[in-house]
Design a binder for this molecule. Structure first.
Ligand SMILES: Cc1cc2nc3c(=O)[nH]c(=O)nc-3n(C[C@H](O)[C@H](O)[C@H](O)COP(=O)(O)O)c2cc1C
Length: 417
């Protein structure tokens, strides 16, 4: 049986280990994690989710405080958030700082990409997306993966950039239809994606399937359908399956069937380089299958997979749009604000509000209180050793990467501890 290391991911003039660590916002796939993937010859992603907040944490800047100061008078105005805008110059600066931090430190033959989330509409979708994409290119990012949401116009937002044809640009889709739509709308840019991540229903984060039907789909079938269609169209675009690829053997099976690489994430959530706090990493280790659910509490409207005991579920957080506001749509609205207002109206005079159907995702992703995870998180306990105090040993990203690269027969190598 073949192993991952028997294959190489050819991307233009690059020859990579065919392992891509997927983007995990907000700062779960850290610069440190992405750099390890690159050092080991694969591809690592940083995320472009809530970058000003992330940069404040790493550089002691004041992007969030300054924004809050500017809009403080609007904090109690829960009916109208239209004026709460991002300063585009600051967004550009924060994105450049974030990307440079990665690119300046990059070593090895691998690459660092940024996962760009179209659903971060930021009360001015087109303008903010354009700034984020172009600032990442300015700062020398090796590639941009356009994540969920259809991103039909995103290539056009970068086409004036001098690196538009040289940087690697890819998209994430969960169906053939989404890919066809993208290629049709994007045709006038005269540039195909350099790779397509095909994300199945077992992935972490937001899902590109319905809340009630995600379980009817399976990754291998979607990949085969897309592969056949591309062949029929004589399109040669590398495919990268993602979602539920837990062992090196799972990965090798996809590579043997013609995938160019695999994208993985869950196994890396319990590495030292991952941005989750250590106590949360222990929650991931401990989770059992029935502790994990796909629910509809993300205000984006996409289903999201998470650990049921995430503290952000059911919290009645006062909306923090003046500090954050990443999910405000083009009209300054967010489904969480509507849910919050509904509960306030239903419980007049009550101090502690509970909102169960939606969550203030900006606040809780920033604070690592929504524990989004892949379906197979419940198998993480089998990838480490348990200490006497009941906690699990954290892994190094190198250990997990090499396990994917070299393991066979469905084996997972345990750490020496
Ligand atoms: C904690 C976590 C956060 C994630 N966040 C994002 C994200 O911000 N954007 C995105 O496109 N995908 C996100 N994903 C999906 C991963 O990038 C990846 O495609 C998928 O989880 C791979 O499946 P696996 O976790 O079973 O290996 C996330 C996954 C996890 C586990």
């Amino acid at each position: 049986m073949k192993r991952v290391d028997d294959f190489r991911f050819r991307l233009g003039r690059h020859e990579l280990v065919p392992i891509v660590i997927g983007g995990m916002g907000v700062d779960i796939s850290t610069v440190e994690l992405a750099l390890e993937a690159a050092r080991l010859g694969g591809v690592g992603h940083i995320s472009d989710a809530m970058v000003p907040t992330v940069i404040d944490r790493h550089f002691k800047t004041r992007f969030v405080k300054d924004k809050l100061k500017l809009y403080k008078a609007n904090v109690q105005n829960l009916m109208d958030k239209t004026l709460v805008k991002f300063h585009l110059g600051e967004l550009e600066e924060a994105t450049r700082m974030h990307v440079r931090r990665a690119m300046d430190a990059k070593r090895g033959e691998g690459m660092v990409f940024i996962n760009c989330m179209e659903k971060l509409t930021m009360n001015a979708p087109k303008e903010t997306l354009k700034v984020r994409l172009n600032a990442a290119l300015d700062a020398g990012i090796d590639g941009i993966t356009l994540a969920a949401g259809l991103h039909l116009g995103s290539f056009a937002l970068m086409e004036e950039h001098p690196r538009f044809r040289d940087a690697k640009l890819g998209i994430i889709v969960s169906s053939l239809r989404a890919l066809q739509l993208f290629l049709r709308k994007n045709a006038r840019c005269g540039r195909l994606p350099d790779y397509v991540v095909v994300e199945g229903p077992l992935a972490g984060g937001h899902l590109g399937f319905g809340l009630d039907d995600w379980m009817k789909y399976d990754l291998a079938s979607i990949v085969t359908e897309i592969q056949n269609w591309l062949r029929g169209e004589q399109l040669d675009i590398p495919l990268i399956p993602a979602g539920g690829i837990f062992t090196g053997s799972d990965a090798a099976a996809f590579l043997e069937r013609g995938a160019a690489a695999v994208q993985v994430a869950t196994r890396f959530t319990v590495t030292r380089e991952c941005g989750l706090p250590d106590v949360v990493k222990q929650e991931y280790f401990k989770a059992n299958e029935n502790d994990i659910e796909v629910n509809g509490i993300s205000p984006t409207g996409y289903p999201m997979r998470m650990i049921k005991s995430s503290p952000g579920i059911g919290a009645g957080t006062h909306p923090n749009c003046e500090s954050f506001g990443y999910l405000l749509d083009a009209n300054g609205r967010c489904a969480y604000i509507d849910a919050y207002n509904r509960e306030v109206a239903a419980h007049p005079g009550e101090k502690k509000i509970r909102v169960t159907d939606k969550t203030c995702l900006c606040t809780h992703m920033r604070d690592f209180n929504i524990w989004t995870c892949g379906h197979y998180t419940y198998r993480l306990k089998d990838t480490s050793v348990r200490r006497e105090d009941g906690s699990y040993a954290l892994l190094s990203a190198e250990h997990v990467f090499r396990d994917y690269q070299f393991s066979t027969d469905g084996q997972v190598t345990l750490p020496a501890d």
